[in-house]
Write a protein that binds this ligand. Sequence first.
Ligand code: PMP
Length: 399
Amino acid sequence: MRSVITGLRGEAGFLYIAKARELARRGVDVISFGVGQPDIPTFDHIIEEGKRALEEKFTGYTETAGIPELREAIAEYLNTRYQAGVKPDEVLATTGAKTAIFLAVAAYLGPGDEVIVPEPSYPAYPETARAMGARPVFIPLKWRGPEHGFELDVEAIEKAVTERTKMIVLTNPHNPTGALFGPEQVEAVLEIARKHGLVVLADEIYDNFVYEGGFRSILTFSGWKDHVLYVNGHSKTFSMTGWRLGYLVAAKPVIERIKRLAVNVYSCPPSISQRAGVAALKGPWEPVEKMVEEFRRRRDAVVEELRRVPGFEVAVPRGAFYVFPRVAKVLEETGMSTEEFVDHLLYSRGVVTLPGTVFPEKAGEGFIRLSYAISVERIREGVGRIREEVEKLLAEKTR
Ligand code: PMP
């Protein structure tokens, strides 16, 4: 049997979770900075609505784009927050943000097309593009040192546009670096899209995990409907990763077209999750605010601890729940590759991190990603272990 899909990569995060589980089974006290999901369970009022949906036997197929209440709640949420002017028929609820990404990519990229992907990047965009026969063109983010962190290289993005370019990916807040791209950078990307007739795949799934000023949704820019395929979802904001609920927002004719693909792939998002998803958006929002406050404390703790590790260069992440320290100096001293260093931390100290090279290749060389979705206490313990191990490695080297 010969598949036309060849050479796709899985998501490395899941691979490292499997390695960590194996270690834990052998009795190791594993501390995981690997997983990209809040450790806090879905809030009770959301679970209650899910239960109610089950009790009412709300268990059949629904409208492909989602029940009207959900599409209305999503539009209302975005309009309240961003004055975005979204109408319910410009919303397609999906089975997680990943499905929204897949549908957008499948609808806009075909064989020979190019998509500009700032790198490091969440792997789903380039991998689904490849599945469609398109080519991801990676443009490295600019590393401006621990003071300033990562920036979009807008000039390089514009230079990379060719006749084949169809799409630019913009993840903001950014996974895996935790960077926030400022309004001028978002505007510049939109301008390139306008000038060259391109689509911007804007993934703002971390828009509630913002710890500093400076974030402006792409939906606040006028004329976004002409160019933007907007991705967001419930997974991170409401800690609902397993419910599989996300959404795509775009101009109505685009949504109508993509809906026809969706109905042929999965019919509709899970009915129970949709009901719960409405309750999530309607609030109360205090649990979300509390969670984000807790993540801010975690961010401060992880940065403080990482900055004590010799050879680590740490920019303060301003959004999402990832920190992406540069460890190249340690690698130079020890002769390890990024992957070897990550494996070494796992097997010597039971600490799970991810090599920057899985996002998805070169630009992450010399960086590691830590997800700080664990308690402050475990963060201090885990990074403490990393520090001890690095100190040991460096001492062995100089002996
Ligand atoms: N986009 C980004 C940037 C992500 O980090 C993730 C999850 N790690 C997703 C999309 C996928 O989210 P979902 O679980 O809703 O499919």
